[in-house]
Write a protein that binds this ligand. Structure first.
Ligand SMILES: C[S@@+](CC[C@H](N)C(=O)[O-])C[C@H]1O[C@@H](n2cnc3c(N)ncnc32)[C@H](O)[C@@H]1O
Length: 335
């Protein structure tokens, strides 16, 4: 199992071979035999081969215009790329369980189960069902998932190892009519509470995220996600997030009626401030349906009524009208 095994990849080392290879082709060569699309699809396989070798491959499809692929800086990955000043994964303080074979969800001694219960004492123990789907209550309070890790004695088929085994269902990257590129369910129905992938990107210190945020807001596309889950801020009035994740090189679209949600998850990382952002379905998803989560976070909010105008208070292009098409659309993607 290689998965997220203590990978400490630096944002400055984000690969650019794909861009280089495609940039070296003439525009005719890029189209001939669908070359650019094939290179792009192959790059995705290469980027994810180590952490999810059995995941179904991803197709790039555009039925709306003549853009061949997402922009070349797009980099599909499950890894967290560490920006300047962000500490590397803390494995020194990582503890594993001493279980033999798969962990027993009723065990009184499994260290990982005890750890999980510290965050949800009257919860269901491990947060996964037998088929490797989460138990569906996670979303309500952003309960963190603590999976078994490299220091555990348990086997690969332990019920507390799900994210680390990767995506099981086919997905596609498709151009949408109104929202740029998006991620879609492939030819199979995806059951609710299924793990799909990591909201991967660059881990940034707060100050750098602020700087990039101003820029992204101006040109109308943002990919910044503040790591501000409930279990990190609970009971602290003056708490503010230490890190943000910039998915500039990756990224899903927003919906006001999302079929996915993002949950914090720890595998080979003892630093609570640096969870993986894992994407799960929150209802059954039909083949071909777009996979979206809410940029507004998981809380219910009834403040700011929909504003149908383009451009926000300060005219930033980011405050564009939401085009999710949901019956309950709030009109804006951001709070
Ligand atoms: C993280 S990116 C998602 C990927 C993006 N579609 C692309 O092609 O790069 C976020 C941007 O996608 C667009 N977007 C996402 N959801 C949208 C929605 N519901 N309505 C309108 N635009 C949306 C906006 O431009 C937003 O700033």
């Amino acid at each position: 199992m290689k998965e997220y095994a203590n990978h400490h990849v630096l944002a400055k080392d984000l690969p650019h071979e794909l861009q280089d290879r495609i940039n070296a082709l003439s525009s005719r060569a890029r189209r001939e035999g669908n070359m650019q699309v094939k290179l792009f699809e192959q790059a995705i396989i290469e980027n994810t081969f180590e952490d999810e070798p059995h995941a179904p491959s991803i197709c790039i499809i555009n039925e709306f215009d003549d853009e061949l692929t997402p922009p070349l800086e797009f980099h599909y990955s499950n890894l967290m790329w560490h920006g300047e000043g962000v500490p590397k994964p803390d494995v020194a303080n990582l503890q594993g369980c001493g279980c033999i074979g798969p962990c027993d969800p009723k065990s009184k001694t499994c260290r990982c189960l005890v750890h999980q219960k510290q965050y949800w004492s009257d919860g269901p123990g491990f947060l996964y069902q037998e088929e490797g789907r989460n138990k569906g209550q996670l979303k309500i309070f952003d309960y963190p998932i603590f999976e078994c890790n490299d220091f555990c004695g348990c086997s690969e088929d332990c019920p507390n190892r799900v994210v680390q085994h990767g995506r099981k269902y086919p997905i596609e990257i498709r151009k949408t009519q109104l929202k740029g590129w998006g991620v879609f369910a492939g030819h199979k129905k995806i059951p609710r509470n299924t793990y799909l992938g990591i909201y991967a990107g660059e881990y940034l210190m707060d100050a750098e995220a602020e700087r990039r945020g101003i820029l992204y807001n101006k040109f109308g596309r943002t990919y910044l996600f503040d790591v501000d889950f409930y279990h990190l801020r609970a009971g602290q009035d003056d708490w503010s997030p230490k890190y943000s994740i910039d998915a500039y090189h990756t990224g899903n679209n927003h919906s006001c009626d999302p079929n996915c949600f993002i949950n914090p998850c720890y595998i080979n990382e003892a630093n609570l401030d640096k969870p993986l952002l894992t994407i799960f379905t929150q209802r059954d998803v039909l083949p071909g349906e777009e996979l979206c989560f809410s940029y507004r976070g998981n809380e219910d909010e009834d403040e700011d009524a929909a504003k149908d105008s383009e451009g926000g208070e300060n005219g930033d292009a980011i405050y564009i009208k939401c085009r999710c098409g949901a019956a309950n659309c709030k009109g804006r993607m951001w709070k």
